[in-house]
Design a protein around this ligand. Structure first.
Ligand SMILES: Nc1ncnc2c1ncn2[C@@H]1O[C@H](COP(=O)(O)OP(=O)(O)O)[C@@H](O)[C@H]1O
Ligand SMILES: O=C(CO)[C@@H](O)[C@H](O)COP(=O)(O)O
Length: 461
């Protein structure tokens, strides 16, 4: 029974799981926090990787990293960062995104070229921002990596050339998943000059070796790793409540959404991963808990003490700007407060707003599918008993709750086991301990949310 290590370097922390390659049983796990903020010195992720994964690495025969998508790791000729990495949720490049979409020929042409209509999350928009706002740093940029590429290179001691995979590459804005090729012309247009890019490895191709002789697998974006960890199949949609809220499904053919709501990413196995992503998710609950002076369990208990619709309190939860809908400059709005509004209502409104926002993302992804058989709920926010209780009510359908686990790290581990085995398919690890959540639908909650959401028109991408 060889052991394999899966690492999730997501927005808020690094999680590492050491797993039995034969059946996916977790034998050890560790975590390390990341700095707060929407721009981060990427070397902080290397430190978090060393703290979380370092002690487990000597026991692993293979390792893979799933990383938060899109982050801009711009390196100079000595491979030192020229600037803090702007993360997927940093909206300062919103104007650059609009500019690039226009230069590429408009939303439809952009979706055709790179699979998605660019918004501020995409790496390419951050490079344009760098060119315009930090020209010296832009001039010194000789190589551009994504967070998972940077960490994968680190795991292999930088002894092999940097590599990426088509899943994470598909979120850059300078890679076409449909064509399986970089659009270096677009990168050059954004940054002002050419820069080195990691080679795009195959889904289970070895890209390096650790100092202990373990196989380094290509890794992927965190959402692609989650799909692999869940074993997402046709008819499945995953809903992840992490820092971002994500609805994702696997598809055999590329998806091109000219409205820009669904991004046409690639998955980690050679297929595609249409997704809709919100910028505000678990942190909606964090904020309301902080304002109420309670922890997450108390927030959930309070929320369950209120009623559907929170006695008229509706929240537009776009606290940190939003991406679905595309409102990078938005902030949060509370509507329907009265002197009778209770703490329980404030908690309830947060959970309902989070779920309504995810329901919009789910609807957008479902539109491109022939049908949705299962909705699977994962991520830190899915641990909330109020989220679990209210999800089927707000979504108006049964929801599958897999056993609480780090599915991004597990997906990375599964890729590591696949790379180690050299077999044609990833190992078949069971998805044990799932529960089906059911509740009476509460459509009025979504109606109230939609009315508040639509008071301000969305920006056209
Ligand atoms: N029991 C809980 N109820 C609600 N939210 C929770 C709970 N446990 C953790 N969280 C929230 O989940 C988030 C972390 O989720 P995670 O999926 O690890 O995020 P990311 O992958 O973006 O780093 C944090 O914002 C945290 O406060
Ligand atoms: O930008 C996206 C997807 O396009 C985000 O989903 C990031 O990949 C960050 O993920 P989490 O840290 O929330 O898991």
């Amino acid at each position: 029974m060889p052991l394999v290590l899966g690492v999730d370097s997501s927005t808020q922390s690094t999680k590492a799981v050491l797993v039995d390659a034969d059946d996916g049983t977790v034998v050890a796990s560790r975590t390390a926090p990341h700095p707060d903020g929407t721009s981060v010195d990427p070397r902080a992720w290397l430190e978090a990787f060393d703290a979380a994964a370092g002690p487990l690495l000597p026991r692993a025969a293979a390792v893979a990293v799933g990383g938060q998508q899109h982050g801009m790791v711009a390196l100079d000729a000595e491979d030192a960062p020229v600037h803090d990495a702007l993360l997927w949720n940093d909206t300062r490049s919103a104007a650059a995104a609009a500019e690039l979409v226009e230069e590429i020929g408009g939303p439809a042409a952009c979706a055709e070229a790179v699979g998605s209509v660019l918004v501020a999350s995409f790496t390419i928009t951050k490079l344009r921002w760098l060119r315009d706002h930090e020209p010296d740093a832009a001039r010194r940029t000789t190589r551009v990596l994504l967070p998972h590429d940077y960490l994968t290179w680190h795991a292999g001691g930088r002894r092999s050339a940097p590599a990426t995979d088509r899943g994470d590459a598909s979120g850059t804005g300078y890679y076409s998943a449909a064509d399986g090729a970089y659009r270096e012309d677009l990168l050059e247009r954004a940054l002002g000059h050419a820069a080195g890019l990691p080679r795009v490895a195959g889904p289970n191709e070895q890209v390096g070796t650790t100092e202990h002789g373990a196989v380094v697998a290509p890794g992927t974006g965190d959402n692609m790793a989650a799909a692999l960890g869940l074993g997402l199949g046709p008819g499945d949609v995953s809903l992840s409540i992490g820092t971002s809220g994500v609805a994702a499904a696997v598809s055999d053919s590329p998806v091109v959404d000219r409205t820009g709501v669904v991004t046409g990413f690639a998955d980690a196995t050679g297929r595609y991963l249409p997704m809709a992503t919100t910028l505000n998710a678990a942190r909606i609950l964090d904020l309301h808990a902080r304002l109420l002076g309670v922890d997450h369990d108390e927030l959930a208990a309070l929320a369950l003490d209120s009623v559907p619709g929170a006695h008229g309190l509706t929240v537009s939860p776009y606290y940190d700007g939003e991406r679905t809908p595309n409102r990078p400059d938005a902030s949060g709005t509370w509507a329907g407060l009265t002197t009778a509004t209770s703490r329980a209502d404030v908690a309830r409104a947060a959970v309902e707003a989070l779920l309504c926002s995810l329901a919009d993302a789910l609807d957008a992804v479902a539109q491109g599918l022939t049908g949705v058989d299962r909705v699977l709920l994962i991520g830190g926010g899915a641990k909330s008993s109020a989220v679990q209780a209210l999800a089927p009510a707000v979504l108006g359908r049964d929801v599958v709750l897999p056993a609480s686990a780090e599915y991004v790290a597990l997906g990375a581990a599964r890729q590591a086991a696949w790379t180690l085995s050299g077999s044609a398919e990833p190992p078949a690890w069971p998805l044990a301990g799932t529960r089906v959540l059911q509740a009476e639908p509460t459509p009025a909650v979504r109606d109230a949310y939609a009315a508040l959401r639509d008071r301000a028109p969305a920006l056209t991408p």
